[in-house]
Design a protein around this ligand. Structure first.
Ligand code: AMP
Length: 283
């Protein structure tokens, strides 16, 4: 991959990277389209497909994460992807089985709360694998989804702090008609659970409406959290992991929520953990 990337660089060909864990859906393909728009018809769009073990905690869904490589290949071909990068565990983490893979990238501020609090080693795995992909693919641009809002913020920060010579683009969340954000993990949902999973978006819109009605004064975060929790509680299969209101740049929690604040939540629907987020600005 790196040899090919260096050749592209020498030839003056722009490269756009879309990192994924596969089981591709229209959300991933929207990132591919965004990368294409950025690098142009002469540029190369690389999709990496790697279920990165270091970003899963013990007891998480690493072993059952959905996979369908032949379908992913077809979707990439149809979407005009130039290269599908499929590294193996042995290539990405040499010596890890013997305990002698020993270098990780850690972001120490934005990755602390929310997903970082619920999944303590998650972002260390994400920043490490993304840094490695940047070094392997040597892209001018890398495209990430706003669906993973905190992840995008952490990657932007890592890119800035470590001087990676590329531009991070964050593309909007693609949703089902009922508002559920597309996710590979939606495949885990039973029909009953799927029918209830729209509640994440419902809770975001409820909070946004409450903030709009509160006007300039805003609302206490604690009050909004209670309302979100009650909304999630009305679906029997859904259990709130966290909901947070925060500044979209610094990710610092806000005690008073105003237009411009951001909201993120994680909800277990049955045994499937789903996340979503929304700006408290009206769209
Ligand atoms: P994943 O394969 O779930 O690790 O996601 C790979 C990339 O796709 C990440 O940058 C995600 O934020 C992005 N992504 C996942 N779901 C969506 C979606 N529904 N809309 C837009 N981007 C998404």
């Amino acid at each position: 991959m790196q040899r090919q990337a260096r050749q592209w660089r020498r030839d003056g060909v722009a490269v756009g990277l879309v990192p994924t864990m596969g089981y591709l859906h229209a959300g991933h393909l929207s990132l591919v389209a965004r990368a294409r728009r950025s690098v142009g018809a002469r540029g190369k769009v690389v999709v990496s497909l790697y279920v990165n073990p270091t970003q899963f905690g013990p007891g998480e869904d690493l072993s059952r994460y959905p996979r369908d490589l032949s379908r992913d290949r077809t979707l990439c071909r149809e979407a005009g992807v130039d290269a599908l990068f499929l590294p193996t565990d042995a290539a990405m983490y040499p010596g890890r089985e013997q305990g002698d893979y020993s270098t990780f990238v850690v972001e120490e501020a934005l990755s602390q709360g929310m997903e970082g609090a619920s999944r303590p080693t998650h972002f260390r795995g994400v920043t490490t694998i993304v840094a490695k992909l940047f070094n392997l693919v040597l892209p001018e641009v890398a495209v990430f989804g706003a669906k993973d809002f905190q992840q995008a913020a952490v990657i932007r920060r890592m890119t800035r702090d470590l001087n990676f010579p590329l531009r991070v683009i964050v593309a909007p969340t693609i949703r089902e008609p009922d508002g559920l954000a597309l996710s590979s993990r939606n495949a885990y949902l039973s029909p009953e659970e799927r029918a209830q999973a729209g509640v994440l978006r419902e809770a975001c819109l409820l909070a946004r409406q409450a903030v709009k009605e509160a006007g300039d004064a805003g609302l206490p975060a604690a009050q909004l959290k209670r309302r979100v929790s009650a909304c999630i509680g009305r679906k029997p299969a859904a259990h709130l992991d966290y909901v947070e209101f925060f500044d979209p740049e610094t990710l610092r929690p806000r005690r008073r929520v105003e237009r411009g604040s951001h909201m993120a939540l994680a909800v277990r629907v049955g045994s499937t953990r789903l996340i979503d987020n929304a700006s408290m600005n009206e769209d």
